[in-house]
Design a protein around this ligand. Structure first.
Ligand code: KG4
Ligand code: ZN
Length: 340
């Protein structure tokens, strides 16, 4: 079976071809970061318009690279939600139009299911069950992944996503959007112990997060210490606070799920200090941490094609109507195994 995957939920257009026998054949991505940078964040209307421009050329490129024709495709998987309504509609529209033209099934995929299954695309995939720490510009989730279609939310953010917290803090420090990576470079030159920032919800007794208070604490600090020479120390203090909270909650999640495998996904997973802290704290409880290739951790079409292939294999998610779900709770989905 050859599955075309289409991702357009936010600011990345991703297209991929996954063959259920041969694996991932090709994938292509266009990121809109440069376009949104001017506005300091994602502008939904611009995102939708850019998806329209990119999606067909990316589909053509993906087919060419895989040396396949449109007529070879057996099914189309697209991100149905959650995400920006207009952006989702672009992928949904193309998927359904192609589905009708080619007379093949079209499957709406939950974006988070794509993320949760994406580690299985990597060269060294983890076995089930595993706990996933999903930390990107839009998500901060701790999920238990027992099998395809069996997901349990262990923790979530009550306000900002982890990447959003990095980006907003970076903005306070005068760095360009999205400033997470630049902040971490700046932090390497600073002293993380000069300022002590709060570790929000570290002892909340649950696995949830909250980052907006930390952002306010940074704001206060930048007002008190406005000199450019203080910025590296502030960045380092912020990064340490984030790292402490994310690694402590990840370890607590592994313990609560009685699981020995942690998978880290999302752009913030690229953070070197976070990686080092997670590796250290997971080792202490005799568990293992996986950092799949970043190309599959951030938004991409391959994870959607793969989730589509799994849904077809296990018989779940019957081809659906033309719809998008900007808000969609992953736990309300059917397990494909229970149907198939
Ligand atoms: O998963 P991702 O590429 O995409 C979306 O959220 O759409 O994540 C992007 C987020 C941004 O907030 C970015 O600033 C953050 O990941 N990020 C980082 C690093 N690299 C990217 N945050 C901290 N440290 C990094 N090295
Ligand atoms: Zn995502």
């Amino acid at each position: 079976m050859l599955i075309l995957g289409i991702e357009s939920s936010c600011d990345e257009t991703g297209v991929a071809l996954y063959d259920s026998e041969l694996g991932l054949l090709s994938h292509a991505l266009h990121t809109q970061i440069a376009m949104h940078a001017e506005y300091g964040g994602v502008v939904p209307e611009l995102a939708s318009r850019d998806h329209i421009r990119r999606i067909l050329p990316l589909t053509r490129r993906t087919l060419e690279e895989a040396q396949r024709q449109l007529a070879d495709i057996d099914a189309i998987a697209y991100t149905e939600g959650p995400g920006l309504a207009g952006a989702l509609l672009v992928g949904t529209g193309i998927a359904h139009a192609l589905g009708v033209a080619l007379s093949i099934p079209v499957l709406g995929i939950h974006h988070l299911e794509g993320h949760l299954l994406s580690p299985l695309l990597s060269a060294d995939p983890p076995d089930f069950p595993f706990v996933a720490l999903l930390v990107s510009g839009g998500h901060t989730q701790l999920m238990e992944v027992q099998a395809v279609g069996r997901y349990r939310t262990l923790g979530d953010t009550l306000d900002d996503a982890a990447g959003e917290a990095f980006d907003k803090t970076a903005q306070l420090l005068g760095l360009d959007y999205p400033g997470g990576a630049a902040l971490s470079v700046l932090a390497e030159t600073g002293n993380p112990l000069r300022f002590r920032l709060p570790r929000p919800m570290l002892h909340s007794g649950d696995l949830n997060f909250s980052f907006s208070g930390l952002k306010t604490a940074v704001l206060n600090l930048t007002q008190k210490y406005p000199a450019i020479s203080d910025r590296a120390d502030i960045a380092a203090a912020f990064q340490l606070a984030m790292t402490d909270v994310l690694s402590a909650k990840s370890v607590a999640a592994l313990k609560s799920a009685d699981c020995k495998r942690l998978v880290v996904a999302g752009g913030v997973g690229a953070n070197r200090q976070l990686r080092a802290a997670l590796a250290r704290s997971v080792r202490e409880i005799d568990a293992q941490v996986y950092f799949p290739e970043l190309a599959f951790c951030t938004d991409n079409g391959a994870m959607i094609a793969y989730a589509g292939a799994m849904r077809l294999r296990y018989g779940g998610n019957a081809p659906g109507p033309f719809t998008v779900r900007p808000r969609w709770d992953l736990e309300t989905m059917d397990s494909p195994r229970s149907r198939g």
